[in-house]
Write a protein that binds this ligand. Structure first.
Ligand code: NDP
Length: 340
């Protein structure tokens, strides 16, 4: 099928792109500037040469009609919308964290509704933050499922806090997508995917390991000796599984107007340090990798877990395990370090 992929140069999106191309899909990937296509044209050159991969520049997804041109120019069966800011240091929450996800999502839905009647499915990268309830904390014994919604509100608190702002932007974007379908009954259905910490080998363009995508810095900063194991949330997913889920969601009849919690299950940031000390002892000693509390993965009282059975059933995901993700990711980091 023919797929429009937004934010094609991101960490998650490059993996989605690889999976789409491997499956034989024709893809138009959007990026914010022409220069961001160079690396991708090189990486996927056979697909560029035979015309199955093309690019379009959409400089600002918050502008009404931002996607009109690319939707008029090509015929699509599906849209995969990944582009959204993911960093935790925003200073202008409204324009950096709220407008891009919310206006970007409603904008692409409206443009597809208006201009692209052949599109049957829009898959949207949401986040586990849209499911998790921060006030519940570690929630020992609790189990999150797709039925759970974050209680974060689009209010003054989230408008002045970079992390809550990130959650509010993602949450109201996801809600807006389901509201749109309810109100307009379009030709297409939507599927939202809610991953927690996404880890795995970075295949995107990197000018240096200092500008890794946000989630992978939780691993690299420990590997590099620059920080203690850092808490993100107690659950994770391999980027390659998340990519397969995006592609499976395009064709899964059961996934129409559904959301999915995409996670392999629990992990502890401590497990990152423990893995490095076990498998790279010399490097760990040389770099002064912070040990944390070896072997103490979770608080004694326990932490919440997740139920991923809906994603297994409807999307056929077989989740990768933490140690094999660590192996592949650290090997990739070492390669990138050698390249300088
Ligand atoms: P990356 O930072 O690697 O990629 C983000 C992508 O979104 C890039 O293409 C980027 O383009 C684009 N983007 C960023 N800001 C804007 C903006 N203001 N307007 C338009 N496009 C923008 O992050 P990930 O690949 O990790 O994230 C991809 C998606 O996955 C996001 O929707 C994120 O919320 C979601 N997600 C990620 C998790 C993780 O742990 N990685 C966890 C849960 C959800 P450019 O290169 O031009 O900045």
């Amino acid at each position: 099928s023919s797929v429009l992929l937004t934010g094609a140069n991101g960490f998650v999106a490059v993996n989605v792109l690889q999976t789409l191309l491997d499956k034989g899909c024709t893809v138009v990937g959007t990026v914010r500037s022409e220069s961001k296509t160079n690396f991708l044209r090189e990486k996927f050159s056979p697909f560029v040469k035979n015309g199955t991969l093309k690019f379009a520049v959409v400089p600002d997804i918050t502008v009404p009609g931002a996607f009109d041109e690319v939707l008029k120019e090509h015929r699509f069966d599906a849209v995969v919308h990944t582009s959204s800011p993911f960093y935790l240091t925003a200073t202008d929450i409204q324009t950096e964290m709220l407008d891009p996800p919310i206006k970007g999502t409603t904008g692409i839905l409206e443009s597809v509704f208006k201009l692209a009647p052949t599109v049957k499915r829009i898959v949207i990268t949401a986040t586990f933050a849209n499911i998790q309830s921060i006030p519940k904390g570690d929630w020992p014994g609790g189990v999150y499922t797709e039925e759970d919604w974050s209680p974060v509100k689009l209010d003054e608190v989230s408008r002045s806090h970079p992390i809550l702002g990130y959650v509010a932007g993602k949450l109201y974007a996801e809600k807006a997508a389901f509201d749109f379908v309810k109100e307009k009954s379009p030709n297409f259905s939507v599927t939202t995917l809610c991953p927690p910490m996404v880890f795995g080998p970075p295949e995107q363009e990197l000018t240096s390991l200092n500008n890794l995508n946000q989630s992978n810095t939780d691993i690299y900063d420990v590997f590099n000796g620059t920080s203690e194991p850092r808490y993100g949330t107690w659950v994770w997913v391999d980027v390659r599984d998340l990519a397969r889920a995006h592609v499976a969601a395009i064709d899964s009849p059961a996934a129409a107007n559904q959301r999915y919690l995409l996670s392999a299950g629990n992990y502890s940031p401590q497990a990152i340090a423990d893995y490095i000390w076990e498998h790279y002892p010399e490097r760990a000693a040389a770099k002064g990798v912070k040990k944390g509390n070896p072997g103490r993965l979770y608080p004694d009282t326990g932490v919440f877990s997740i139920d991923n059975s809906k994603s297994v059933r409807d999307l056929g995901i077989v989740y990768n395990d933490f140690n094999s993700m660590m192996k592949d990711t650290l090997e990739k980091f070492e390669k990138l370090e050698l390249q300088g």
